[in-house]
Write a protein that binds this ligand. Structure first.
Ligand SMILES: NC(=O)C1=CN([C@@H]2O[C@H](COP(=O)(O)OP(=O)(O)OC[C@H]3O[C@@H](n4cnc5c(N)ncnc54)[C@H](O)[C@@H]3O)[C@@H](O)[C@H]2O)C=CC1
Ligand SMILES: O=C(O)CCC(=O)C(=O)O
Length: 411
């Protein structure tokens, strides 16, 4: 099932549980605006090449639209649409004053030089600059993009609108980024995991973790789990996978990846088949890469008792059903990975106030938001006798529906 069909299905299920009026249901499903632009740039050898960029702005009833920009060869309009919708529910789940958006460019960032990436980002910004803004739509990093990408967007946008640090989050610190944003999604994943395990009378040091994806989210989640005494027994990325039943030395693995650009040939573990990683024996599985990786072909073989969805939509609905029948507890993406957008909100607040927070304040506030949201999701699960996914969806959708009704937009 494609990402949009899966997301719409989860939304409709939540709308049914909430008994949502059909007019509101329709209004919440249809995106506010879908943007598609051609970005033509000269490559370093002088040849011209065109890429297609997307920005989908899903909903702005609770505040400016917010969400990352992804550079990946598989970026397509349906997936961007689904990811934008997920951002709307995610912002509402953690109760930050934002709506949802997402963007992407279909490209392989690893095959482009730094100057080609810069040209592409600047042309994309030129095409969308009048549709984004501090109080309309605020981009951030996602797969294949990073603080440098945000710096180029900020610079290009500011040529049209004057210096505007709050137009993007996830910026470098020197341009108004927030302390703690780089680690925020991984840290939020760990706070969410702690909240869930505590509920089950367990804790991180007793657990064996397997992590798919070792970029921003995966490497921070692994680092913080390792620091708390959890055993990360297998990790994969696009270059391969490595395992060690006694626990990988995560700081050493990060150093190895920095030095060699790959997980391959790491001396502190054995190479393994990346396809086997998701069904590897463990207590907690954390997908931190692509969507749809847990599906009907592998769900029955998953050994983990807990799945923490650090990636967006890693579990398709068929897998969801198989896994819940097996008794696997799934902490859904719109809560589990909300630490990133939560600290993006703190960054935006700091930019608007012109006052920088220290890292301790950022991390403490993040923990408060994540812990509070977990309690509210559990409350919805109890009221509606539903899964954690539906608890999170009903929480997010009900908040957005209330804002929509209060504004009188549902008619
Ligand atoms: N960066 C952020 O703040 C947030 C990211 N997310 C989600 O987390 C996920 C990861 O994002 P980032 O870490 O930012 O991206 P990233 O680009 O920093 O890292 C992605 C990682 O996934 C790996 N990967 C790609 N294809 C793979 C495959 N087939 N098998 C195994 N590994 C593979 C890459 O090698 C890389 O290690 C995405 O789903 C993203 O939407 C969610 C919330 C916020
Ligand atoms: O930090 C943000 O604004 C958005 C992060 C994001 O794209 C996501 O949560 O999926």
């Amino acid at each position: 099932m494609n990402a949009l069909a899966a997301t719409n299905r989860n939304f409709r299920h939540a709308a049914r549980i909430l008994g949502l009026d059909s007019k509101i249901e329709k209004s919440l499903l249809i995106p506010f605006r879908e943007i598609k632009v051609e970005c033509t740039i000269p490559k370093d050898d002088g040849t011209l090449v065109s890429y297609i960029g997307f920005r989908v702005q899903h909903d702005n009833s609770r505040g400016p639209m917010k969400g990352g920009i992804r550079y990946h060869p598989e970026v397509d309009p349906d997936e961007v649409n689904a990811l934008a919708q997920l951002m709307t529910w995610k912002s509402a789940v953690v109760d930050i004053p934002y709506g949802g958006a997402k963007g992407g460019i279909g490209c392989s960032p690893g095959d482009l030089s730094k100057s080609e990436l810069e040209r592409l980002t600047r042309v994309f910004t030129q095409k969308i600059h009048d549709l984004i803004g501090t109080h309309t739509d605020v981009p951030a990093p996602d797969m294949g993009t990073n603080a440098q990408t945000m710096a180029w967007i900020l610079d290009e946008y500011s040529k049209f609108h004057g210096h505007s640090p709050a137009v993007v989050t996830g910026k470098p610190l020197d341009l108004g980024g927030s302390l703690g944003r780089d680690a925020a999604t991984g840290r939020g994943v760990v706070f969410a995991t702690e909240a869930l395990l505590k509920e089950h009378g367990k804790s991180i040091p007793e657990m064996r973790f397997v992590i798919q994806g070792f970029g921003n989210v995966g490497s921070w989640a692994a680092t913080l789990i390792h620091e708390r005494g959890g055993k990360v027994t297998a990790v994969s990325d696009i270059t391969g996978a490595v395992k060690n039943p006694n626990g990988l030395d995560i700081p050493a693995l990060i150093k190895h990846k920095e030095n060699n650009g790959t997980l391959k040939d790491f001396e502190g573990g054995d190479a393994m088949d990346p396809a086997e990683l998701l069904v590897h024996d463990c207590d907690v599985l954390i997908p931190c890469a692509l969507g749809g990786v847990l599906n009907k072909d592998n769900a029955a073989d998953v050994k983990a008792k807990y799945i923490i969805e650090a990636a967006n939509h890693p579990t398709d609905p068929e897998a969801d059903e198989i896994l819940s029948k097996k008794g696997v507890t799934i902490l859904p993406d719109i809560y589990a990975n909300a630490g990133g957008v939560t600290v993006s909100y703190f960054e935006w607040v700091q930019n608007i106030q012109g006052f920088m927070w220290d890292e301790e304040k950022v991390n403490n506030e993040l923990q408060k938001y994540m812990t509070h949201a977990f309690g509210r999701i559990k409350g919805m699960c109890q009221s509606h006798d539903c899964s954690l996914r539906m608890g999170a969806f009903t929480l997010g959708v009900s908040r957005v529906a209330r804002a929509t009704t209060l504004r009188g937009w549902e008619a």
